[in-house]
Design a binder for this molecule. Sequence first.
Ligand SMILES: C[S@@+](CC[C@H](N)C(=O)[O-])C[C@H]1O[C@@H](n2cnc3c(N)ncnc32)[C@H](O)[C@@H]1O
Length: 277
Amino acid sequence: MPSSISYNFFEKHFGEPPALALLQQTGLLNAPKDNALKILDHACGMGLIASVIHEATDIDRRFPPAEIICGDISSNAIRATEVRIEQCGWKGVTANVIDAQDSKFPDNTFTHVLCSAGYALMPRPDVALKDSVRILRLAGSLGFTAWSGVPGWVEDVNVALARLGAPMCAKPPVTEGWLDPIFIRSQVEATPGLDLNTLKIKPFSVDCRFACAQEWTDIAVGLLGVITANWTENQKTEFLAKIMPELRTVLEGKHGVGKPFGIKLDFIIVTANKKSD
Ligand SMILES: C[S@@+](CC[C@H](N)C(=O)[O-])C[C@H]1O[C@@H](n2cnc3c(N)ncnc32)[C@H](O)[C@@H]1O
């Protein structure tokens, strides 16, 4: 898990904006007050979607009360989400270890199945999509975000790694095809049970500005786990501590010392309803 400073930054700047756009696109923000909402957030991480729902709606004052289940394959993520649920005092929110590829919920359970930046990291996103639609109620909403293209921080990190002679990270460890919006569309269209007349796939970008290289490298330490995911212990011993200083040198060479610059992340926001019969 990244440090809380890093995590909070990534959540606020790279996580919340597309998550809010996802909630808007599913219609969840304007759901009629008396609809009984039963929401599943797959690959919840540290509870981003539950947090944005609470910030953007009066979910705790609905009748009948809404239910949110946060699921993630990582027990660490679930423990962190449980702490957050407790600290924030969210009502009707629970967290459980759930593999989105085999959720084990009965058919037709949820009004909404959501997933922010999660399907791409699963070995079988197609299987997870199929299971997500299976557990949706008739006419229920599927909604997810996915990275579109390689995130804007990757190129500079790769330059730094090459200069160190370290293994390249090249791109986040997504499943083949899952940075390509055309491929992702084809996967959604091939998922049984969706009403493709309701399918919306919209681009969404976040362009985050930094005052100087160090401001970004202090945050980017939170990416070290992703960058070194496939490294050996020896490689970590040799290179880990050198990555951020080298990245700072790369960025200062490119943008100037003490000069501002931006990092852009492109997403797609995908929503569709399950067929109603
Ligand atoms: C990039 S994080 C996104 C977290 C959160 N949704 C957010 O937007 O902040 C991806 C998450 O997917 C989870 N994950 C990976 N494979 C999964 C699977 N098969 N089922 C459920 N969660 C999975 C990881 O544990 C991680 O927490």
